[in-house]
Design a protein around this ligand. Structure first.
Ligand code: G4P
Length: 525
């Protein structure tokens, strides 16, 4: 197969949801369809079980397991599908945000009884920032659900995106009979099945009287009425709008019972984008370019304390990646060769000789990589779109063992490279501040510093509301601001200026008092 065909047949995406909506279950069903696994329950995803939230050792163990399932690749109908797993736990939201920088589209799973939940809203904001094409799967129709029209309205309103149903549920709860495929104009009445993928009864035409026999006169009449209504209310599906991230096709089903998953997958493979161009600070990189380039969007530490190896996940952006070929590590200005790059197929990891745009390559790393680093064939490419977000929680981090200050500094440095949390150094008193999205990370950092770096740390409270990256074209005002607020000025890992606002009020006052300064809540602007 030619290089261009290899690119065109790739679909790299993430499934995102509020915890418990059914992301893991849907992932597993897609893998079953793809033949990548053969029994349900085979996927140990990044999911961190609720019961484990207070036990971070258990979490780390689960995170260790999840290396293999961070990317799940499979072949289906001539396509190479790459699913990037994201941690469901909201304390690891930053991981999820970064994973979204490496995908070309997203499937959002929504619980039909709960509607749009908080985490879904947040993740959608990230998709919107990047205009990522989004598909929605409304799950758990086998349970009593909200009315599908109400759900569509809610999605449209809460996620600020236009919607167009491309499948439609026949009943819900005990009366759930299956879904009508609006996209392909056919109907499969599935038998509920948790283990295998079964073919259902195919009905090609909605007017077919056998529909009345199969699902009963009343449900058949309702289905016909509702389909009429849909076609009256919603304009024809417009693929271009979907590809621009303006319109979300919506599917209904029950992942657990294999209802509606096939409709979703078939349509997804047809309409979802193949690998898209990537932005760098200097130019746009197209996947079809001959020369290889890629960036690190995730680093996963190996939990084995005897081998402090990590895996850097590189998204191939252009050209063909080849094993044992020399590439340029842009940020280190160093040429490197990789003898054992890995690819991920379902729950297996294997050494690969080559990879194409859209693929994710796992590179064993002993500390050379940090998040957002890039590899190229020599060009100084710095990929954009891998921002840090202002953390929600802050604490001072202090050395608890004066004999081990070097180890502590190294440990903090490497954990920050992995993107476990963000470090800010207060320019006034030199104290280090760790900022995280969730409380769990503080425990994870403390635990890992001790076990992997033999360094002890303790935390001290700090009252902070937000860390904002600041910039201005008015150098005098910026200088004045930094002088007046020197107690609250910090530097991030890259040496950029960050204003630490103690409260919403303080931030507002700063914004009002210094009109020429721009305050940003993400590190990329
Ligand atoms: P997540 O990754 O989004 O957090 O969700 P996950 O797939 O783990 O699903 C959360 C729970 O919802 C699981 O039950 C799962 O079995 C159930 N579920 C998923 N899809 C459906 C569906 O279509 N219908 C119904 N009725 N339930 C569904 P659990 O009890 O938390 O876990 P488990 O013991 O079943 O694994």
């Amino acid at each position: 197969m030619g290089f261009i065909e290899e690119i065109k047949r790739r679909r790299t995406f993430a499934i995102i949801s509020h915890p418990d909506a059914g992301k893991t279950t849907l992932t597993e069903k897609l893998l079953l369809f793809g033949g990548a696994i053969h029994v349900a329950g085979a996927v140990k995803s990044n999911k961190i079980k609720k019961t484990a939230t207070s036990d971070f050792m258990e979490i780390e163990k689960q995170r260790g397991i999840s290396v293999a399932t961070s990317v799940m690749g499979f072949e289906y109908n001539g396509c190479k599908v790459n699913i990037l797993d994201t941690p469901g736990h909201q304390d690891f939201a930053e991981d999820t945000f970064r994973t979204l920088t490496a995908v070309d589209s997203v499937i959002i799973v929504i619980d039909a009884a709960k509607g749009v939940e908080m985490q879904t809203r947040k993740l959608m904001e990230v998709c919107r920032m990047r205009s990522t094409p989004v598909m929605v799967f409304v799950n758990k129709l086998d349970r009593p659900s909200h009315d599908p029209f109400d759900l569509l309205d809610e999605i449209e309103k809460e996620l600020s995106i236009k919607v167009r149903p491309l499948s439609w549920p026949i009943g819900n709860g005990d009366l759930f009979k299956g879904v009508y495929n609006i996209y392909e104009h056919n109907l499969y009445l599935f038998q509920p099945s948790r283990q295998t993928v079964q073919e259902g009864v195919a009905i090609a035409d909605i007017a077919d009287p056998s529909l009345d026999e199969q699902i009963g006169k009343s449900q058949a009449a309702t289905l016909r009425d509702e389909l009429d209504l849909i076609n009256g209310v919603y304009p024809e599906f417009d693929k271009e709008q979907y590809l621009k991230g303006e319109l979300a096709p919506v599917f209904f089903g029950s992942a657990l019972n294999n209802f509606g998953v096939r409709e979703l997958l078939h349509c997804f493979l047809q309409i979802a984008p193949s690998p898209q161009p990537s932005q760098t600070e200097t130019r746009t990189v197209c996947p079809e370019e001959e020369k290889f380039s890629g960036f690190v969007f995730k680093i996963h530490a190996n939990m084995d304390p005897n081998h402090r190896n990590r895996i850097a996940f590189v998204k191939v952006c252009s050209g063909k990646f080849e094993r044992n070929k020399t590439y340029h590590h842009v940020q280190l200005n160093k040429d490197m060769k990789f003898s054992s790059p890995t690819a991920f197929m379902a729950d297996k990891k294997s050494i690969i000789d080559e990879a194409y745009p859209g693929d994710i390559v796992g590179i064993p790393d002993s500390g050379n990589f940090k998040i957002s680093d890039s590899l190229s064939e020599g060009e100084q490419l710095v990929f954009k779109g891998i921002p840090s977000f202002s953390p929600e929680l802050f604490r001072y981090i202090e050395n608890d063992d004066p004999m081990k200050s070097k180890q502590l500094a190294k440990g903090i440095d490497q954990l920050m490279d992995e993107g476990v949390a963000q470090l800010f150094v207060n320019q006034f008193n030199g104290r280090k501040i760790i900022g995280t999205v969730g409380a769990l990370q503080f425990e994870v950092i403390q635990y890992r510093l001790l076990h992997e770096y033999n360094a002890a740390c303790r935390y001290e409270p700090i009252a902070l509301y937000k860390a904002c990256w600041i910039e201005s074209d008015d150098a005098a005002q910026l200088d004045d601001f930094k002088k007046r607020k020197q107690q609250y000025m910090a530097k991030d890992k890259w040496g950029r200026d960050v204003f630490l606002a103690e409260s919403g009020y303080m931030l507002q006052m700063a914004q009002e008092g210094f009109k020429n300064i721009r305050f940003h809540f993400t590190s990329e602007f």
